[in-house]
Design a protein around this ligand. Structure first.
Ligand code: SAM
Length: 241
């Protein structure tokens, strides 16, 4: 990573209240791995160092706002992790948590696994699959303290995919761009249907770039009815609200 890239990462993290000095070598290694893998397989549209640092690394770290991912031993599922975001940056700064990054696309999970091994992120257990399938699997249903997701789907869809996987009292932390009143309203109604309640809507701007982001936090306050999640593809094709 160039000194400029390092400075952006330091500044972005500092604006989020984080000091990443001790983790700079891991972020540098992740950048190198991502750039190298992306030259062979199409993993992410972001190619430049500053884009990767700000729009992948710092953007992922913004999921830590509010402290919802603090606490020893948390089991965190990342639905639709793609090339490992937000999991990999989060696992670098929260090595005490156990992360399960999930994606339906094998080549993406192959990269996440290789990167986690190279960075010695022993708390990361990547998984190929669909959230709908996991949500019906007793090994995964109601097994997670937190579900995170970034840039995966509209809120009512995320709610149907995420809530079945949470333990009672667990939190879905959805990182999104600006969210419309309509999407939020639909998300609130969907949450009610699957045992959740929106507890926080945190609108903020991304460090350095100033792009609008929203962290929506939904708490599991009641068991999710057995009929959810519906079968593969249905939550997307026919959102609850
Ligand atoms: N979260 C990553 C990020 O922010 O860079 C990737 C975002 S990408 C736009 C969405 C990813 O979600 C894709 O890799 C896709 O394969 C995955 N995905 C979408 N629906 C899914 C589902 N139901 N189960 C598992 N993965 C899913």
């Amino acid at each position: 990573m160039t000194p400029e890239g390092q400075a952006l990462l330091r500044q972005g993290a500092a604006e989020l209240g984080l000091n990443v000095e001790g983790q700079l070598p891991q972020f540098e290694q992740l950048l190198d791995l991502l750039v190298e893998a992306n030259s062979r397989v199409n993993l992410t549209a972001l190619k430049t160092e500053s884009d990767i640092v700000l729009k992948h690394f710092v953007d992922s770290l913004s999921c830590l706002r509010g402290g919802h991912l603090d606490g020893a031993g948390l089991r965190v599922l990342d639905i639709g992790t793609g090339a490992g975001f937000p999991t990999l940056p989060l696992a670098i700064v929260r090595p005490e948590a156990a992360f399960t990054p999930l994606d339906s696309i094998r080549k993406k999970i192959d990269f996440v696994r290789a990167a986690a091994e190279a960075l010695n992120l022993t708390g990361v257990t990547p998984l190929v699959g669909r959230a709908e399938t996991l949500g019906r699997d007793p090994e995964h249903r109601e097994r997670y303290d937190r579900v995170v997701c970034r840039a995966v789907a509209a809120l009512p869809i995320l709610v149907e995919l995420g809530l079945p996987l949470l333990k009672p009292g667990g939190l879905l932390v959805a990182q999104k761009g600006p969210i419309s009143d309509e999407e939020l309203h639909a998300g609130r109604r969907a949450a009610g249907e699957v045992g959740g309640r929106v507890t926080e809507v945190d609108a903020f701007t991304l460090p350095v770039l100033g792009d609008a982001r929203t962290l929506v936090v939904i708490k599991k306050v009641a068991p999710t009815p057995k009929k959810y999640p519906r079968r593969e593809g249905v939550p997307n094709a026919q959102p609850l609200f």
